[in-house]
Design a protein around this ligand. Structure first.
Ligand SMILES: [Zn+2]
Length: 317
């Protein structure tokens, strides 16, 4: 009898440590191997259950054939600006400079994001007024309009075991005419098309990790009220590029005071932030890292980072 109890306790202990050892793998898909470069935004998240989610493919994922993608179950798009939706892509790995990658391959009018989602038969999750637009694009790219899933602020959906939530981003979301047919009138007037507000996401992984993906945003009260207090994000992917979004100082405030995650991945720096994989001084990324109280991890292209359920990086950082 005693032995049976002991065996049961042992088994329970082993099961608990196996769950605790489960990690979410996050792999940046940038323009230059092993570096954090100006155009880099794209990340692939892999849940312990095997679900793979691509966030903001942008210009550095080299089309649906990019061997770094593997299987993709869902594609997330924060907003439709060219550097996120993907109007142009790199012809080959490491083409051009880290500060100015060679983006000579056109992905318009369908976009890099839609081409990838269509080819991978992945669910494209978007908010605002974007679904109807992307249904048309999905069909044009050879996909099924049913692949497009609506997710507006406050709502929750699921991909495999991963919960996906839409949160606000304070930014713009005009659709550039390069992605439109017969848009000469808009182009002649310097206007973009209305597709509703931009957004960010919260991903709830099966090991307990809760990741906030800021999208392009300024400082907003929802980072405190919604992202921290309600969803309790313990990892943040924070855009720091300035001009278009929070700069490094504002982004550090958002981390230290509003979101307060266990760790942070810098994103969208719009600069060559590293050389030989080492963070360069006098960069926005270095300023952000210095001012942020929690560990800031640099998304080096192709290097997989692994995060435990509590938000700490346990491998590859
Ligand atoms: Zn952007």
């Amino acid at each position: 009898m005693k032995q049976a109890v002991l065996a049961a306790l042992l088994a329970a202990g082993l099961a608990a440590s196996a769950a605790g050892a489960q990690t979410v793998k996050i792999t940046p898909l940038g323009s230059h191997d092993g570096e954090f470069c100006a155009a880099d935004r794209a990340l692939v998240f892999e849940d312990p259950d095997g679900t793979r989610i691509l966030y903001d493919a942008g210009r550095t994922v080299r089309g649906a054939d990019d061997p770094r993608l593997g299987r993709i179950d869902a594609v997330l798009l924060s907003h439709v600006h060219v550097d996120h939706l993907g109007d142009l892509i790199q012809p080959s790995a490491n083409a051009g400079e880290c500060g100015k990658p060679d983006l000579s391959v056109k992905a318009t009018p369908n976009s890099n994001t839609v081409n990838i989602a269509a080819d991978k038969k992945a669910t494209l999750i978007v908010g605002g007024e974007m679904p109807s637009f992307f249904q048309v694009k999905m069909k044009a790219a050879g996909g099924d309009p049913k692949q497009v899933r609506l997710l507006r602020f406050g709502a929750h959906t699921r991909v495999g075991k991963v919960g996906v939530v839409s949160v606000p981003a304070v930014h713009a979301n005009g659709l550039p005419t390069a992605f439109l047919e017969n848009a000469e009138m808009l182009a002649a007037n310097g206007l973009t098309a209305y597709v509703g507000p931009p957004g960010g996401y919260v991903l709830q992984f099966s090991n307990g990790l809760v990741a906030y993906l800021s999208g392009d945003t300024g400082i907003t009260a929802e980072q405190d009220l919604v992202v921290r207090r309600y969803y309790k994000a313990n990892l943040a992917v924070m855009n720091i590029g300035d001009n278009f979004t929070t700069g490094p100082r504002e982004a550090a405030h958002v981390m230290n005071v509003l979101v307060r995650p266990a760790s942070v991945i810098a994103s969208h720096a719009n600069e060559p932030a590293t050389k030989g994989g080492k963070l360069l001084p006098n960069t926005k990324t270095a300023t952000f890292k210095k001012l942020t109280k929690m560990p800031v991890h640099i998304p080096l292209s192709g290097r997989t980072m692994e995060f435990a359920g509590g938000g700490k990086c346990v491998k590859g950082c």
